[in-house]
Write a new protein. Sequence first.
Length: 314
Amino acid sequence: MFPANHLPNSSKYPRVSIIITTRNEEKNIENCLLSINAQTYPAEFIETIVIDNSSTDLTKEISLKHTNLVYDKGPERSTQRNHGILKVASGIYVIFLDADMILSPDLIEKCQEFIESNNLNALHIPEIILGTNFWSRARRLERSFYSGTVIDGARFFHKETFIKSGGFDESLNGPEDWDLDKKIKRIGTIGLLDYSKKPGTQFPKKMENFIRLCGVDPNQHPSVIYHNESELNLRQYLKKKNYYAKSFETYIKKWGKEDSDIKKQFGFGYRYFGVFLEKNKWKLLLRNPVEALGLFILRVLVGILFLRRKFYGR
């Protein structure tokens, strides 16, 4: 690896640092790393950093097959991400991922092109939830409404912008993405990666087949992140949401209940109606009535969890 400022043609291909946070992710980390290896962006300009949190499985061993930049840091993902970006990354741009994410082959290339051509500070990247069972399909539909909204969170940044923002608030675990977006909006602009064309380069066959088995045709989508939440287990999903909800009150107090983003993120009107109706997105509900029912069941259950924690503290 060369320092970013000594790379040949570094003006054409500024270095991109990819930070992956892990904890016992041996089932997922290989696909994530393979999708990075398959990028159309030149490999010598990509820096892959894994920040593990005391895994007891083979996560570190698998990661070390693909990168020597594997570190241990905790206790939560905000601290892991800050460490990776602020203490390790040498790229002009940074992108953070979860271990269960798979990148379209041209994603890094398109992010770099889009952020520069539109003079942006950060990017939201569309995500597609993988899975074939009813709840996974409902989550896939739900997530399709959030791209570029206040419910989304930026993933691709100018490192300089990330530093100026102060990085992730390590007192938050759940809404830290929303918090970072709000800080970045004070100093710059966040855009939504918008490439309507399908990727020009296809996935390696093995990975393409894996995504197909997870209910999605990768050749029918533009540059996206595939999020492999596995076959969604409702109980585990709600348990995770309840865990992240612990930080909600801290986040709300930090910005104030009257903040316009807070009102949308936690307001009944926008979370249950507005985000699904704006910009003619309601047509998706009509085209997918069964999944739409599951979507609203999930929203109701998550809302109940939030209210229970707010009023009963659990």
